[in-house]
Design a protein around this ligand. Structure first.
Ligand SMILES: *[C@@H]1O[C@H](CO)[C@@H](O)[C@H](O)[C@H]1NC(C)=O
Ligand SMILES: *[C@@H]1O[C@H](CO)[C@@H](O)[C@H](O)[C@H]1NC(C)=O
Ligand SMILES: *[C@@H]1O[C@H](CO)[C@@H](O)[C@H](O)[C@H]1NC(C)=O
Length: 314
């Protein structure tokens, strides 16, 4: 009897059992969303003490933050770099990764977090810090470990984080955490969507590192809107519980809202997180009212023009 590929995956999953049982998932931690992942609210770029304090006191569910190598403000020159909270090109911060994590843990607030690692170096230097926190019994909240691990659309100058190192480490060391893996992106004059090469490279990374737990794929809104079919197929053909996380990193991105709306509808709200600024959430929630309104206005205008020109020419 030849074992089929999916049976092997199922057997592996049963054998490891624990691996995805241990995952602390967002919909389980926040049952009030009723599996509608689009209801999850985000605090963005929580990379300073002030922002951390604010996000612990607001009504966001997930705290999103960036980690890079740098120095704490006021360190003497020549101090060795450590993992700090910040977004490139920042090199200093008033908040280290360690203080960020212990502050959230001690707060006892009902919050999850998404940690976005900007390089292999900072990820490697952070592993022990993150592991120590996640091993504490109080760390019962969802934690996402995120990096861009592949070159994606638009030839970004940003180097991706080493995919195999990142994925294998997250799987091995952080069994309670959600793996979040994406592509570097760059938007040129012409939008280049995600391609089947991008998707194929990603599924290759996951299969050669024997990932048998659900993952989330962060995708940039403007590009995701143009690659709906491809991304929906990727999620549907992945381990159950896999999702997209749609983000928008640049407020000048031109996003086809109608296309984005149909991607969300197509895939289902149990498979799409929306890590988007409030203006975009409002636009999405208008459910096409905007375009219907403008069509109606257009029709009325056209009729008026027609009436006027009829009168004029009569
Ligand atoms: C933290 O935020 C709370 C509520 O917004 C505020 O009252 C408090 O002063 C802040 N603490 C610090 C240290 O910034
Ligand atoms: C992605 O896949 C394409 C086509 O198979 C290949 O040429 C390319 O080198 C791959 N890129 C990465 C980063 O693996
Ligand atoms: C955002 O996009 C605009 C227009 O494409 C570009 O000029 C700008 O540099 C981008 N900003 C960032 C932070 O990438």
């Amino acid at each position: 009897m030849t074992p089929c590929a999916s049976c092997v995956v199922v057997l592996l999953a049963l054998f490891h059992g624990s691996s995805s049982d241990k995952l602390i998932s967002v919909p389980k931690y926040f049952p009030e969303i009723n599996n509608d992942l689009t209801q999850v609210t985000w605090a963005h770029a929580v990379n300073s003490r002030a922002k951390l304090n604010a996000s612990l006191n607001d009504n966001s569910m997930m705290i999103e933050a960036d980690i890079l190598m740098g120095q704490l403000e006021g360190s003497p020159p020549g101090t060795n770099p450590i993992p700090i909270m910040g977004h490139p090109p920042q090199t200093t911060s008033d908040l280290s990764l360690e203080e960020f994590l212990t502050t959230i843990l001690k707060s006892g607030k009902h919050k999850g977090m998404k940690l976005d690692f900007k390089s292999k170096e900072v990820f490697a230097s952070s592993e022990n810090i993150v592991e120590e926190i996640l091993n504490k019994p109080e760390a019962d909240f969802p934690v996402w470990i995120n990096a861009d691990v592949l070159h994606g659309p638009g030839n970004s100058p940003v180097a991706p984080v080493d995919a195999d190192y990142f994925v294998s480490t997250v799987v091995k060391k952080f069994p309670t955490a959600m793996l979040s893996v994406g592509w570097t992106t760059f938007i040129n004059a012409q939008i280049e969507p995600y391609t089947h090469y991008d998707i194929g490279n990603m599924t290759d990374v996951l299969s050669r590192n024997s990932v048998i737990q659900p993952v989330t794929f962060p995708v940039r809104a403007a590009l995701a809107a143009q690659s709906g079919q491809l991304l929906a197929n990727l999620v549907r053909s992945s381990i159950p519980g896999t999702s997209l996380t749609i983000y928008n990193s640049n407020s000048s991105d031109k996003v086809d809202m109608a296309a984005l709306r149909s991607l969300i509808h197509d895939l289902g709200k149990d498979k799409v997180y929306l890590d988007l600024p409030p203006e975009m959430m409002d636009q999405l929630n208008q459910k096409g009212a905007g375009s219907r309104l403008s069509t109606a206005t257009g029709l009325i205008l056209a009729s008026i023009v027609a009436l006027i020109s009829m009168n004029y020419f009569n």
